[in-house]
Ligand binder design. Sequence first.
Ligand code: ATP
Ligand code: FE
Length: 375
Amino acid sequence: FTVLGIESSCDDTGAAVLRSDGVILGESLASQSEIHEEFGGIVPGLAKTAHEEKIDSVVNEAIARAGLNSVADVDAIGVTVGPGLEICLRVGCNKARELAMEHKKPFVSVHHLEAHILMARLPFDDKNAKFNVGGTEEVHESKRTVQFPFLALLVSGGHCQLMKCLGIGRYEIIGGTIDDSLGEAFDKTARLLGLPVGGGGGPAVEKLAKEGDPKAVELPIPLQKRKDCDFSYAGLKTAVRMKTEKIAAERGLDSVDDLSHEDKANIASSFQNVAIKHIEQRLKRTMDMLENEDGGIRSLAVVGGVAANQELRRRLEAICESRNEPWEMMVPPPRLCTDQGAMAAWAAIERIVVGSTDIPDNQEVYARFPFQSLS
Ligand code: ATP
Ligand code: FE
């Protein structure tokens, strides 16, 4: 069967048609990065208007690219209903409800974070690069997906969590952030260094970090005294700002904007290094704990926008390989780590397979949407 998925929880309007075996038949994504670039962050009112302007064309484009004539040709519709920006979620949700009622299609409400997690279960080939775009059966042969139960590290714009994934709708949180998320820390660092932040500052920080020395600027690893699996990035964010201002003062500069490319690269690189060190420490502790449990979990899924970061992927892969009994690690291809329509479609497919569908008529959206309310 095929599913149309719609995603509008934040600043991307996405739609995709997926086949139930995970093949992406067609997708479309309208990013608002230019709109928000000017303001240095997401402005909800502008995001909502942009979603309203794009939603029809994005849906139509996904349908056309899938080689279908109309929404009547898909078998079900899935849409993100939370968590996220309420006025943005409502644009996608209303569109999906209308379409489901008009064409009398089964309707599935999707939890945005579950959708990020489930992307690690979308069948894709071992090289980790090519997805099954276009529906070629050969590619599908080499599929590799993570099976329940597994450990998920969700690192996104709004979340930083470690959780045990037991089944569809069944998640147990092991650790979360006590303040900022990792994505936010990347975004704030980008802004501090005057890098492009529209659509998230992460990619720009990662690029600049490649040119710097990760040990050049000394920064504290967060939560050294807390022996749990929680995260904190607010202190690191402040430390990066203070160090940056100090370096500018030492150089006799009036503003951090005037720092040399080399200084900025060293700051980006040192920030990224310590930010990932924090993840490494928390992850190792979680692995120690899980390895001592019965039916021990030995698979890790790294998901959410920051999972697109190559340095993070490389270092977590190294941890998985270095365990006494190696863990397998799954991470979606970079473009499927950040928000897009395929995640809504795939999460809907996973829900339909376990017999979970909803009624479109009065479907609400939820700014906050705890995992517990899924099961
Ligand atoms: P949430 O999913 O928690 O509701 P969101 O949907 O806004 O938040 P995502 O789209 O999952 O977040 O991820 C966006 C975040 O990922 C941004 O903070 C962005 O800077 C970060 N990001 C994207 N690519 C990279 C990268 N290559 N390196 C580091 N961070 C990245
Ligand atoms: Fe997201």
